[in-house]
Design a protein. Sequence first.
Length: 94
Amino acid sequence: MRISEFQSLIRARYDATDRARGASKTFIWFAEEFGELAHAIGQFDKGSGDQANLREEFADCLAWMCTLANICEVDLEGAIQEKYLKDGGPKGVK
């Protein structure tokens, strides 16, 4: 599945509710999901992580990122191509 396809799937399922909530309130949900991912990663680092939960939290974060991009009218796949693929991508070390 391409990123644009996933973003479209999220739009088709949740767009009306997401737009009614708005970008600021949606970002709060997104931040909460990042907290859940942080906890799952912490458990993974300790060697006691639940791999299924870790995958779920990564998927949730990506879904909420797509939701925010939809609300803000950002084509994520296009933005990634512009940032990371155009002209050899960003320079330097991350």
